[in-house]
Design a protein around this ligand. Structure first.
Ligand code: UDP
Length: 439
């Protein structure tokens, strides 16, 4: 399990790229070794704002050990926002980037910058590449002599951001050399840098996704008091308005008119998401009668094995999101061969990819297909069902999509650039980046 050493998250899980060979095959593994050879010994820094709860942490957690295993010295630092206000502001940024109309005062913007400035005092950067995730640490770039490429990886839906907020954040993004987004539709027009699309992926060997025995599943469900006498419908998601947990309760109550089943909403509380408990309480209020009858179960524990067991034990996995950066939970459900019903947002929703067949969560559909015949529900796709379960929908780890083809400067070169910077007394300049030739 990961733990913090100061501002650095230590997440050596002992897994290697070779462990993935039986799953992804020789070609993928060779391709990764080839790409990694060009970066061998380089130092890469990832910075985000939490090491648990949510897709960003989930991905970096598996990516860092794999990158180190192939010889790229990769470190992961966590921006610790001091006090609750910083994360309240950045959660509102997140909401406004996903389309909610919110205005921000100069004080809020000032606190956002100040927190980043203070954090920069705790973190030295002498790496060959810096990857900043999401808006929380975005302005860090302003507080360093920039002697290496910086990449901004945005995991939220950027298709319709609040214009005023985007104008504010764009000022920082413009200092970056690349943007990385999760979906074609999240491209921002008018940005000078390349915008890459990198589809997030899951780690098939993690506690979240590894195979579990029936006894392990039963033990985990018992530990968290989840009875299995009725078919389970599950949504695994932070308590977040974009995940629409109240909408899930509405759908469930309609299904319950026809089928006796049980809903589990499992969402741990992320330290950088201060809205979680308020949304939890509204869901609790809305589902009160079901909760008292034991037919809606709310769980806030952070336990990857529990998530794994719930996904495997469910007759239907729901992801009724209104907006999604990507939606790893859909991939996780498909990997486990479970029927998944997800809104057509985020993710890899292009119909020609044949990877994910997301549909609006229609209660009649999951009732008919999955719940009235739970014994056969592992194969709903074959029965005109709700999603295409199976491992074709899941891609293990995201390393193949993550070869930064930036020519990273060597130490001597970075030293020279640093002195150029100092001589010119000019901050925030962008060193040229060069595409690496070859595959
Ligand atoms: N997750 C978890 N425990 C929870 C809720 C979510 O481990 O109680 C994990 C979930 O399994 C997935 C990630 O958090 O790996 C959520 O990623 P996703 O892309 O679906 O949504 P995000 O939270 O990033 O918006």
């Amino acid at each position: 399990m990961a733990y913090m050493d100061g501002i650095t998250c230590i997440c050596d899980n002992g897994r290697t790229l070779e462990d993935h060979r039986p799953i992804v095959g020789d070609d993928v593994v060779s391709g990764i070794y080839r790409k990694a050879a060009a970066l061998r010994g380089k130092r890469i820094l990832h910075v985000n704002s939490t090491y648990q709860s949510g897709g960003v942490a989930e991905m970096i957690l598996s990516l860092v050990p794999l990158m180190n295993d192939v010889g790229i010295r990769t470190q992961w630092n966590i921006l610790t926002g001091e006090g609750g206000d910083f994360f309240t502001i950045t959660k509102n940024f997140h909401n406004a980037l996903q389309g909610q109309a919110i205005s921000f005062s100069d004080d809020e913007k000032g606190l956002y910058l100040k927190t980043n400035e203070c954090f920069s005092g705790q973190m030295e950067i002498d790496h060959d590449l810096v990857v900043i995730h999401d808006p929380q640490p975005l302005p860090l770039i302003r507080f360093y002599e920039k002697t290496q490429p910086w990449v901004w990886r945005c995991h939220v839906d950027l298709s319709n951001p609040d214009p005023a907020l985007w104008e504010f954040l764009k000022n920082f993004v413009l200092d970056y050399d690349r943007m990385v987004i999760s979906h074609e539709q999240y491209r921002r027009r008018g940005m000078p840098m390349e915008q890459w699309i990198c589809r997030p992926a899951i780690d098939p060997l993690s506690e979240k996704n590894r195979d579990l025995t029936d006894a392990e599943i039963a033990g985990l469900l018992e530990k968290y008091n989840v009875p299995t006498d009725k078919p389970l419908v599950t949504q695994i998601s932070r308590f977040d308005k974009w995940k629409d947990p109240e909408g899930v309760v509405d759908v469930f109550s309609r299904v319950r008119e026809h089928v006796d089943c049980r809903l589990v909403l499992c969402g741990s509380m992320a330290p950088d998401d201060p809205e979680g408990w308020a949304i939890y309480r509204s869901v609790e209020e809305k589902a009160r009668e079901f909760i008292e009858a034991g037919d809606v179960i709310l769980i806030t524990a952070e336990d990857h094995l529990l998530v794994n067991a719930l996904q495997r034990a469910s007759c239907v996995i729901l992801q009724k999101s209104l907006r999604e950066g990507f939606g790893l939970t859909v991939t996780e459900g498909l990997w486990k061969g479970r029927p998944v019903i997800a809104s057509r947002v985020g993710g890899d929703t292009a119909p020609d990819r044949g990877r994910r067949d997301r549909v609006p969560p229609r209660p009649d559909r999951y009732r008919r297909v999955c719940l009235e015949d739970p014994a056969g529900s592992g194969e709903p796709g074959a029965r005109g069902g709700a999603a295409r379960p199976g491992r074709q929908g899941a891609r293990p780890a995201e390393l193949p999509d993550h070869p930064p083809p930036l020519r990273l400067p060597g130490h001597a070169e970075r030293g020279a650039r640093r002195s150029e910077h100092l001589t010119a007394k000019k901050r925030h300049t962008t060193p040229p980046i060069h595409l690496r030739a070859g595959p």
